[in-house]
Design a protein. Sequence first.
Length: 96
Amino acid sequence: MTIELTKSDDTLVKIFKALADPTRIEIIRTLYNKDKEMACGEVGEICAISKSNASYHFRTLREAGLITVRKDAQTRYTKINKAAFAAFLPGFLESL
């Protein structure tokens, strides 16, 4: 599921709810600092979160349109959706 890049109130609410958690901020910070696609398990290890907890946080960020996730065999890879940040929160990533 991806969001459209329009500034509707519903979209903004999803984005701000997704960013209202320290763990999800840490996930975004990790992805931004690495500046590459990463395995979800690798991000979970860096952020010291369990697989089930990481799955919940990745889903929340994905549904808000802040990250993209692709599956290759049994591994899921994620990266920041820079277009969403540029459209809704310009300068946010640089503030991390």
